[in-house]
Ligand binder design. Sequence first.
Ligand code: ASP
Length: 440
Amino acid sequence: MLECIVTKFGGSSLANDEQFRKVRSILELEPTRRYLIPSAPGKRYPTDDKVTDLLYSCHALAAAGNTFEDQFVKIRERYLSIAQNLHLKVDIESALDQVHQGIASGNSRDWCASRGEYLCGLLMADYLGWRFVDAADGIVFREDGILDDEETQTRLSALLADGKPSVVPGFYGATKSGEVRTFSRGGSDITGALVSRAVNADVYENWTDVSGFLMADPRIIDGPAEISSITYKELRELSHMGASVLHEDAMFPVHRAGIPTNIRNTNKPYHPGTLISKNAPNEISVPTITGIAGHKGYSVISIEKNMMNSEVGFGRKVLQVLEDAGISFEHMPTGIDSMCVVVASEALAPHREEVLQKLEALVDDSGSVSVNDNMSIIATVGRGMVHNCGTAARLFSAMSRSRINVRMIDQGSSELSIIVGVNDSDFEATIHAIYHEFVG
Ligand code: ASP
């Protein structure tokens, strides 16, 4: 039996009083759901504002010496309507006045943005009759803005040690000197993961407005299949290639602590969603592939040089050139006297001339350096690949039937993914070919 579940609700799950009601009934379904991490209220309809965006613009207007009343009225109205419609007792008007005053008196950008979650947490704690725990007391940032992981674990677990049902607002914490700091956008996911680790939760439930991950981008594949179970490693590969539901930094604390994350849909509370775990336990049959994700806009830097293979340290010198320019590389297929380095074109652009000049200086007259742009990278990810023969053969046959030219191949050493490079113009066709081969 599960003893302790941490729940995090995203902005669209808390956009108005109707969503608050859904949240409470989800918590009532399962009494072991004892911790709640709210985001700030998000959009109620497509053209609506997110409270966090409104707070950022209040801060920018105030910092430029302009009035921010028009924006603040919208924020006030959002919280007041939730409080009134749910008949809450908490003095949200005074809390809103304090936020207004803080913005007007020049409080930091992070402080202003963090108030979205703070106010939402006050309302939610009142609505549920739960304790409010200010994240500024439990989530600790270093002065340079990086999370102090150890101190956070110590403080959060002490704060929550009594096991009382608690609301801990997402997205922010504070330095030891008490200055409020936020994570990057979408960072309430990280708060949820840190709270899960601190209370040693059985599951970290991340409630949002989709029923988990899909096997491919629905803008390319019509109605792709849902992923019911995925490992953290697989997810890391897919999210690096663009599949995103969860903040990237939210995976590490729970992954390391062996706590599964369950992505759930607030609007479909009985849908099991996607379960992300360390080993995807108890599987009867593992699908060959778990998902496909990709990106356009890569450049391939090809370097040729006679006897490259026997020149110890040549690879390091090439990578040093990229490191000096602050460019991280994605892949590096090598031949005997040649190597290719794949980088994001966007990252290369500002340093292109300088990088090419330095690389040319590394190869003598017998060598050459060239760049090919407009390449897409597509990762086909699956823990089932290790157990199935012929996966690569099927994948490349499907591509060849669709007359797609493969420009690069890389199979990660983990046998967790097959990565192909194709022309940008073949990007969508490649995803179609692979998806239909393996999923139907
Ligand atoms: N409210 C913040 C944002 O909009 C953090 C979050 O929702 O996770 O990015």
